[in-house]
Each structure stands twice: as C-alpha cells, then as structure tokens.
Design a protein around this ligand. Structure first.
Ligand code: ADE
Ligand code: ZN
Length: 369
C-alpha cells in the first residue's frame, strides 16, 4: 500500500464521544498555508477560470487528489508552485480565503493564522499581480468570511527560503527584503508575523538574521519553519539567529537533548503537523511521531494541519490523531487546544475574548459530564 493511501485509511473520522468533543471544541490553528488550503475542486475551478487546465495532470477530482501523493519534499513544492501559479487575481485570493472561512466554520475553528508567500505571487511568478492586489484579495475574503461565518484570520508573510539561495552566488537578500517590506505594510491589513518556509536543505536560517531582527523590532512575530526536513542545527539557527517566537514544525529538536531543554525553559512553542510530516516522509508513521514526547517534556506544543487538502487531513483529524494514536483524553486535547489560543499573534483584546470563550466552553462541558 502507498504511504498516503495508508493515511487516507487511517484518517477516517473518529467515532463516538471523542469525535463529538473535538467537533464541538472551539479551536485555533496557527500553522496553515493559505495556498495549501486549495482543494482539488478549487484548483480545478481556478484552472478553468484562467484557461490553464494544461498545468494540471488530470481534470477529475480523484486523480487530482492522487496527484497529492509525494515522493519527497521537492515533489511537494512542485505541486505547490502549480497551485500558486493558478492564484492570479485579487478575486482568486478572495475566493480561497472565503472558502477557508467556510472550512473554519465547519470545524469550529474560531481563529486561524494563515501563512502566505507574497514574493512568489508578486515577484517570482510574473503574473502581473501587485502587492496591493494581494492585500485587496486577502482583505475582501477575510471581511466576507468574518461577516458570514464569524471567524477571525490573521496573516504571516513568509520568505520562500530556497529563492534566497543560488548555487552560483550563495545567499541573495532580495526575497527576504521584499517580503519584509510587504509584511511591514501589511500590519494594517492583519499581518502579525514574519516566517521562513520551503525546503530547509541548503537554506539554513542564519543568513536571514537581519530581516528577522527588523521584523521583530517592528512588532511582528518571528515564526520560521525549522526542524522539518533538517535536524537540530536548523532549530538552533531559528532560536539563536532568528529569535523565533514560535517554530514551524521543530519536531526534529527531539534529536538534541540540550536543544529540548532550551525550548522548554524558554517556552518557545512548536507548531506541530503530524500528518504533514508523514506525507512528506519526515516520519514513517504516526506511532513514531515525537508529538507526545515533546509534550511530556514540558515543551509548549500546538497541533496543526499545514496544507490540509494536500495531505488529506484537517485540524479536527489532527486532534483525532492525538486521541487515537497517542491516547489523549478530552482534558489532554483541551490543554493542547488552549496552547494555540495562548501563543497566537492575535491582538490583545481578540486573544482575551477568544480565550474567555474557550475557557467557558471547557467549564460548561465539564459541568455536564
Ligand atoms: N510550505 C507549505 N508547506 C510547507 C511545509 N510543510 N514546509 C515548508 N514550507 C511549506
Ligand atoms: Zn508549513
């Protein structure tokens, strides 16, 4: 059986009380890529809209879902770049943001931080899309989702780390500088963090220190990916050179006991995405994923879905993994869920009201048991 077929089987919805608990629990999700929320139906619609069906390997939904089975991380990035290529206008962005809001409402996700990679859309893929177009689409989609579904979103603008290096010239500061300019302008449009995404191999954190220092000084959270496709050195770089407020993935810190004590003592939260890690071959199966060990060591862990339809998962299914694979009971699930409200980059008033809503729900649910 192919690995990802195994996931499709193993990620059947949980049955019974635990599934009902997960569904009813108000949730916050901190690590989701906006481009990676594009499911096969949306992708097909975008390809038709732009008369670019030639970019897709198939025009039926099952075959497109099958296309989302990756041999390795570079293969995943190639699929991802096709999705990005098909996001061409403000309306396209408004469309996927609105769908994202619909999905949040369906899963009772009250707040999401969505990572967006503006440099890919406005500079690298020459689509004629400006940063103002991008803001227009993001804002229109977010306002519509808030009005229709009552959900809240904020953005993290991330640097595509691989475009910051070339084999001939080494580090190129341009993508990070552009992304930083966009992120600083974006503070009035809901941008709360500055990130670093893509393939870590050959693209370590240290050269990005300067733009991250400026981002932090200007009030943005530092939220780099590290310790996904590379080991502890990358996480050390995220902590020491980028002063990470949270780390995307970070799971491979498990390979370095000293690093684990630093993450625990400084309470640097990890945004963990178990099913993404399986689909991208970081771990062979859920049973050997380090999530429960990191949690038991006192590291602040959150659970996330990364690129949900690309890994045939969603946030509720990831909570299901915690329950089914690692034995989390409802109070354990609620403890992990609370972490994501606590360490979000939401403005203070919003964070306070989301936490109050969450705590009320937990208190009422306990009264009824
Ligand atoms: N961009 C989208 N998903 C990603 C992941 N899992 N790691 C790094 N960059 C990404
Ligand atoms: Zn990610």
């Amino acid at each position: 059986m192919e690995l990802c077929e195994y996931f499709m089987l193993s990620l059947q919805p949980l049955s019974g009380e635990t599934a009902a608990y997960i569904a009813a629990m108000p949730k916050s999700e901190l690590h989701v890529h906006l481009e990676g929320t594009t499911d096969p139906a949306a992708l097909l619609k975008l390809a038709q809209r732009h008369n670019r069906l030639d970019l897709l390997p198939a025009t039926n939904l099952a075959a497109l879902q099958q296309w989302f089975t990756y041999t390795d991380f570079p293969h995943f990035l190639r699929v991802y770049m096709v999705i990005s290529e098909l996001l061409r206008t403000p309306e396209d962005f408004a469309y996927i943001v609105h769908r994202c809001g619909q999905d949040m409402a369906a899963q009772n996700i009250r707040y999401r931080e969505l990572t967006v990679t503006p440099f890919t859309h406005t500079d690298y893929q020459r689509k004629g899309l400006t940063i103002d177009d991008l803001f227009e689409g993001l804002e229109a989609g977010r306002a519509a989702a808030r009005a229709e579904f009552g959900v809240e979103m904020r953005w993290i603008f991330d640097v595509p780390r691989n475009l910051g290096f070339s084999s001939q010239n080494g580090y190129d500061p341009h993508p990070a500088q552009r992304t930083l300019d966009y992120a600083l302008r974006g503070r009035d449009h809901g941008v709360v963090g500055f990130g670093l995404g893509g393939f870590e191999v050959g693209a370590p954190p240290e050269p990005f220190a300067l733009p991250f220092a400026r981002a932090c000084a200007e009030g943005l959270l530092s939220v780099p990916h590290a310790g996904e496709t590379m080991g502890p050195d990358s996480v050390w770089g995220a902590v020491n050179a980028l002063h990470a407020d949270r780390i995307g993935h970070g799971v491979r810190a498990i390979e370095d006991p000293v690093l684990l004590t630093v993450l625990r003592d400084r309470q640097i939260p990890l945004e963990i995405n178990p099913t993404s890690n399986i689909c991208l071959h970081v771990y062979a199966r859920h049973a050997v994923h380090p999530f429960p060990h990191l949690d038991r060591m006192g590291i602040k862990v959150t659970i996330n879905s990364d690129d949900p339809p690309l890994f045939n998962t969603n946030l509720s299914a990831e909570y299901g993994v915690l329950a089914r694979e690692f034995g989390y009971d409802p109070s354990g699930l609620a403890r992990i869920a609370r972490n994501a409200f606590e360490v979000s980059g939401a403005p203070v008033a919003l964070k306070t009201s989301l936490l109050a809503e969450f705590d009320d729900w937990v208190a009422k649910t306990q009264e009824n048991v």
